[in-house]
Write a protein that binds this ligand. Sequence first.
Ligand code: NAD
Length: 432
Amino acid sequence: MARSRIGVWLIGAKGGVAATALVGLTALKKGWIQPVGLVSELPQFASAGLADWQDFIVGGHEIRDVRLFDEAWRMHSESRAIDADLLRKCKGELEKIERRVRPGTLCNVGPTIERLADDRQAHRSETPRAAVERLQADLRAFAAEERLDHVIVVNVASTEPAQQHPDAIPDDWASLSRLLDRPQKCPLPASSLYAIAALDLGYSYVNFTPSLGASPAAIGQLAVERRARYMGNDGKTGETLLKSTLAPMFAHRHLQVMSWVGHNIFGNMDGKVLDDPVNKQSKVASKDRILRDILGYSPQTLVGIEYIASLGDWKTAWDHVHFQGFLGTPMTFQFIWQGCDSLLAAPLVLDLIRFTERAWRAGEVGALTFLSSFFKSPLGVEENDFGRQFQTLEAWAAALHPATRGPVDGKAPASPATAAKSARRSAARRAD
Ligand code: NAD
């Protein structure tokens, strides 16, 4: 049976997370690595009918004129995080992917990201409308040249400055669409233009960053109108993963958290961008909000993010939790998390494309809320307890209808109603 060909289009295709995910994807396709760290390879998803790693073909947008292999190699030469032999074996595949990378857009990304860009690889002065049309032309060409059945756009680009005027973004798609022709009035950053470009074509969009992306209600409306799907924001990979796992423990034991202080230090390019206070604001907001949501009150919090060049991709987080126990006695819990940032993020990016592809085939439309456990600020979800979020993913996979559970067969996705109808028909046939 012919299999589907699924495009994965990475925004920020030559960054640390992208390059690491692409080394991982290549190695998985060839069977060179064990699937450690991949959620979609857990036994409870074995019968969910997820796509094979072989089914994914990668392209992307980038703003820097660098070579993908060289960027991946930095994970060995600067961070000692990926084995040199594995990287050498992946070189040919990375060079193939490199040929499918197109210049990105710099609309409203702020000066820190603009400084990263090379003129040959980025468009600096185009209207938001022109940017969306150009990005869509790239996506269409990718789909046509690679004979793709669907494309999943994943944003792994640098974190944009926090949105200063959220009220300037209208709530309905018709009004927001008109703003695309008025560059002076359009506050949308590049991440949202990439989201619009993808969703308008009926493709899927996943935002692994804290940037605005598909967050505005009007973009959600566009997605539903086009029967497309999206999810974000900001991959939950390290300190926040621990917070969303440990804070419920304090809540369930009725221990009163008085303060939670977290200091993060790391030295990769993401850290350099986050060194700019306006870009950092997006990340701090994303990391800080979950304690209040889980505990139901607001302890004093502090989130520090500092760029320390010598650390490369290795991030250390020190957390100090001051809490009150029985008889009002103050106690302390401290932890140190030392992780390699891109190696924590890359498998989640791969899981997200696999689950999103499955959601496309199952006819899911709008925010993919069952993916909340992957994000620091999950769209459309109030629940921040990691354990409970994960249960929604398991429940979604378990409920996948058998009619859409089979092997990827290259057919257009059935809507849940169609799937249910066809299941009823097969049941009736079996009964006959
Ligand atoms: P990076 O700086 O190594 O890579 C970002 C890439 O995006 C760069 O190659 C840059 O040139 C490119 N880029 C920037 N603006 C662009 C634009 N407008 N269009 C196209 N390309 C653009 O960063 P990274 O470590 O790979 O992280 C990527 C993103 O993922 C960041 O926003 C980061 O905050 C987020 N994230 C990372 C982790 C993690 O690494 N553990 C966890 C959660 C979220």
